[in-house]
Design a protein around this ligand. Structure first.
Ligand SMILES: [Zn+2]
Length: 254
């Protein structure tokens, strides 16, 4: 479903759920891939009890006894699998966590590191129950208000966990253009966008199949207008929006 797409907060939640059978076990840890081996992670956590696996924003945190944390950010290519202990495999995984009956195996993990210093700088998690919408709005007000809302919503330091798909869908749901300047969108509407993102992503985590209304769609299901798409922000990630029913910088005048 997410082939070629950045894993979003909801898919990381599913990864965390998949690895739960290893939680509570004392694990053998190997880092077969040379780039992973160079980080000293196996030495730091081998033989420790895996106490928790959590998705925080776009990071997967593996918490080991003694307060040691391994952070895995999957970017475009990383994949975690849970396999039976001793499964044969072709290729060189980054990390293997071997429990009594299962092995958690990380393939192509581009970001893998000890400690959680960087996680401390993430904004509030959109998937928290309940999400701290006030803190998110405050964060979004602390940055330059000429910034486009579609770009700001992907800034993990302001709000953690919203990816490109749910950004587009949440803005559509709240009828706000991704090109609207933050300063042109009142607090109450910013909250609506965040609440929509949280609601849609929560449903996705719970396995509900979500209909896409705007992301990679051709026609707006609300007004029948042709959906537009264009690259946005420093990463030039494509954003989709309905030019008719999502309001842009004229929002205050409306
Ligand atoms: Zn429309």
């Amino acid at each position: 479903m997410l082939t070629g797409a950045m894993p979003e907060g909801d898919s990381l939640r599913r990864v965390a759920a998949r690895l739960q059978p290893l939680v509570g076990e004392r694990v053998e840890v190997e880092t077969p891939h040379p780039r992973a081996a160079a980080k000293g992670i196996a030495q730091a956590v081998d033989g420790r009890v895996l106490e928790a696996v959590e998705a925080v924003g776009k990071n997967l945190l593996l918490r080991f006894e003694g307060g040691v944390v391994v952070r895995s950010h999957l970017r475009m290519t990383g994949r975690w699998r849970l396999e039976r202990r001793g499964s044969r495999r072709v290729g060189t995984p980054w990390l293997v966590l071997r429990g009594e009956r299962h092995e958690g195996v990380l393939w192509n993990g581009p970001v893998l590191e000890l400690g959680e210093e960087r996680v401390g700088r993430l904004g509030p998690d959109i998937l928290a129950a309940p999400p701290d919408l006030d803190a998110m709005v405050q964060n979004l007000r602390r940055v330059g208000q000429a910034r486009e809302i579609g770009d700001a919503l992907l800034d993990q330091r302001l709000v953690a966990g919203i990816g490109n798909i749910w950004k587009a869908e949440a803005l559509w749901a709240a009828r706000v253009s991704p090109w609207a300047a933050l300063g042109a969108v009142p607090d109450v509407v910013v909250r609506e966008v965040l609440a929509a993102a949280s609601r849609l992503m929560r449903a996705s985590v719970e396995g509900e199949r979500q209909r896409r209304n705007v992301y990679r769609r051709h026609v707006c299901p609300r007004c029948g207008t042709r959906i537009a798409s264009r690259g946005q922000g420093d990463d030039n990630r494509t954003t989709w929006w309905c030019p008719r029913c999502q309001e842009g910088d004229t929002l205050l005048a409306a």
